[in-house]
Design a protein around this ligand. Structure first.
Ligand SMILES: [Zn+2]
Length: 417
């Protein structure tokens, strides 16, 4: 007893003399070996369309294309992706994006061309099935990771691709599409796109009743609702309506850099309640300016954590959809540097466990939750609603706002964001 008492008496001194806790020197990139890095948005399929007309039989995706005469840095300003560099970058999962311009001159072919983009993604995955695995479920991502393949999912960018029809939404789901971005840069008859936030004379339909039904039908199907590209009001309303957590597949933080494509703080607060995930976009114009660096991207990531919490942030690089990326994140081989740097700069926040959340655990949790809502709704019937005629009439009028509309179309054509 006496011994114990004397030991207790000297204990404070003993503790005092112990060295401070050894800092955890494990590099941040270790997180990417533990859980798949799931990037929410890569537009490579658009480059396959614009450069190869989707004829990919000779496309050497499994070699380093940095100096390729078609897909290399010199030849192509918006090319950052191949499987060699993705391997270096420890890319574990990717939403490959099916996107078609929303230019009205394309209206008659938008649906068929969107399906062609889904088709080229499926063919690409099959052609490189030793390194990619087609995935349509949350657990499929983990299975691909176990097989050391890139979990390859399909996202559909822009509700214009469903031509205002529930039937087409369902058909895209059946073809393997697991998220739909409600709009691209064009306003739709049922949802506004983000450029309206910068304009006083653009139409604002917000999310119409029909738009709300589309969100609910996506919930019923088990398709992730993607709110990148939509207006501030549509983000907010969709968050109110959705029965499942939502995603922003490639959006950064408005407070860090004021751009209509970024997410405002009041929306981030709603994301916290909804437990969705905002996947940070690397595009220089969204994260800062032409001289943006990896540190600017880190500012956006940290701001989203400050406002929405550590469970609601992810990565949505937008590689191959943009023409300029930050210094330090030059292509898909660079993700590990981002994870190292986050941990070096703020080891208390960016533990390996939290880096795993950023990498993919948050998106995985959202996906599981979307599937759970789908299962709860298993007995509800498909929505047979048609878009009301008056909604279409309003939209025709909106196309009449030519100056804004033309500028949106031109920017969409020049640069696929
Ligand atoms: Zn985009």
């Amino acid at each position: 007893m006496l011994k114990l008492l004397s030991l207790l008496a000297i204990l404070p001194y003993l503790c005092h003399s112990l060295p401070a806790t050894t800092p955890d020197l494990t590099p941040g990139r270790t997180a990417l070996d533990n859980f798949p890095l799931i990037d929410g948005h890569n537009d490579l399929p658009y480059n396959l369309y614009s450069k190869l007309k989707n004829q990919i039989s000779k496309f050497a995706f499994d070699s380093d294309l940095s100096n390729d005469t078609v897909f290399g840095f010199q030849a192509c300003k918006s090319c950052f992706t191949d499987l060699e560099r993705a391997k270096k970058g420890k890319l574990g999962g990717q939403f490959w994006v099916a996107y078609v311009d929303c230019n009205p001159s394309n209206y008659s072919t938008i649906v068929s061309r969107s399906f062609e983009q889904v088709d080229v993604i499926q063919r690409l995955i099959k052609k490189f099935s030793d390194r990619m695995q087609f995935v349509t479920t949350a657990d499929g991502i983990l299975d691909a990771f176990k097989n050391k393949k890139i979990a390859s999912l399909i996202g559909l960018e822009g509700g214009h691709s469903i031509d205002n029809k529930m039937a087409l939404l369902r058909q895209f789901y059946d073809a393997g599409v697991r998220y739909m971005t409600l709009t691209h840069t064009c306003n739709l008859p049922w949802a506004d796109a983000s450029p309206v936030d910068d304009s006083n004379n653009s139409p604002e339909v917000n999310l119409t009743k029909f738009g709300e039904k589309i969100v609910l039908e996506m919930n019923r199907l088990g398709m992730l609702v993607d709110l990148s590209h939509v207006s501030h009001n549509v983000m907010s309303r969709a968050l109110d309506v959705s029965k499942a957590p939502v995603i922003f597949s490639h959006s950064s933080a408005f407070t860090v850099h004021n751009h209509h494509r970024n997410v405002q703080d009041d929306v981030l607060e709603k994301v916290k309640l909804n437990q969705g995930v905002v996947m940070v976009n690397f595009y220089t114009a969204f994260v800062g300016n032409d001289n943006a660096t990896i540190d600017d991207v880190i500012k956006h990531i940290n701001h989203i954590v400050d406002k929405a919490g550590i469970d609601c942030v992810g990565i949505g690089s937008d590689y191959d959809g943009v023409s300029s990326v930050p210094k330090g994140l030059e292509d898909v081989s660079k993700y590990p540097d981002l994870f190292d740097k986050l941990k070096e700069q703020n080891p208390e926040r960016w533990t390996i466990a939290n880096l795993e959340k950023l990498a993919g655990k948050n998106l995985y949790r959202v996906f599981k939750s979307v599937e759970a809502v789908r299962d709860q709704l298993a007995t509800s019937m498909p929505d047979e609603s048609l878009i009301p005629d008056e909604d279409l009439a309003e939209n025709t009028a909106s196309v009449g706002v030519l100056p804004t509309f033309i500028s949106i179309v031109i920017s969409a054509i020049i640069l696929k964001l």
